[in-house]
Design a protein around this ligand. Structure first.
Ligand SMILES: [Zn+2]
Length: 235
């Protein structure tokens, strides 16, 4: 059990149902989310996917979302909150563990999440922050290329001209230009970093700069503290 600055022991297992994944752009949230999906019985809810799915539904909120996304706008807190709430209530009847990725992105949203279920949800939420030096993150993102066909990501060590999965052309996204990355990092520091502070004793940190094997071990340690079993692990 890891300790923290404000209490002797981090709050451990009380039936963790929701894990919030936090980390700066370039921290490696995608990699950790993939590891968790491959090795644990988690439902991975990324805000992007939730919004895209909602936008396909012919409902009032679905039409609203697809109009906002279609015009390149940002979906507001209120709509995102409603979508997260309805998706959580759907899975809460099951005993699945939910991994939230990209939500909450502000303290306001974190407070909203805590208020669900008449405040009962608060006790079963834990946050995992992937810690990364911001210069490492900038270098990582500004050196990556993305497949224009399937969206797979490749780093500077992938010495290839075309996508190794589908043969599509590798491009550098406009979003990944250094100046844009620095702006996104600043946005993260201003808006989302306070979310980590908000979770205080419910926050567990792992390093975003370790090898894949070390990173997997750190994730396993944290999830063991949560009382969550790895798939196929009956011990
Ligand atoms: Zn591809």
């Amino acid at each position: 059990m890891s300790s923290c600055c404000c209490c002797k022991e981090k709050q451990a297992f009380v039936g963790v149902r929701v894990v919030v994944l936090l980390g700066a752009p370039g921290a490696g949230k995608g990699t950790v989310a993939q590891y968790l999906s491959d090795n644990y019985n988690v439902l991975h809810f990324s805000t992007g996917n939730l919004l895209r799915n909602e936008g396909k539904e012919d409902t009032e909120i679905g039409r609203e979302v697809s109009a906002i996304i279609g015009s390149g706008g940002l979906v507001g807190d209120d709509v995102v909150n409603r979508i997260v709430k309805s998706n959580l209530s759907k899975v809460f009847a099951t005993d699945s563990l939910v991994l939230l990725d990209g939500y909450p992105r502000s303290v306001d949203q974190a407070e909203y999440l805590d208020s669900l279920g008449d405040g009962a949800l608060k006790n079963v939420i834990r946050a995992v922050e992937i810690d990364v030096d911001h210069e490492v993150a900038v270098a990582r993102i500004s050196n990556r290329r993305v497949c224009s066909e399937c969206g797979a990501t490749f780093g500077p060590l992938d010495d290839i001209a075309d996508c190794s999965r589908c043969g599509g052309a590798l491009v550098k996204r406009a979003d990944d230009e250094e100046a844009v990355v620095r702006r996104r990092l600043q946005e993260y520091v201003d808006t989302t970093l306070p979310v980590s502070e908000y979770y205080a004793c419910r926050l567990f940190k792992i390093s975003g700069e370790s090898s894949p094997e070390e990173s997997a071990r750190e994730v396993d340690d944290v999830f063991r503290d949560f009382g969550v079993k790895k798939r196929g692990d009956d011990s």
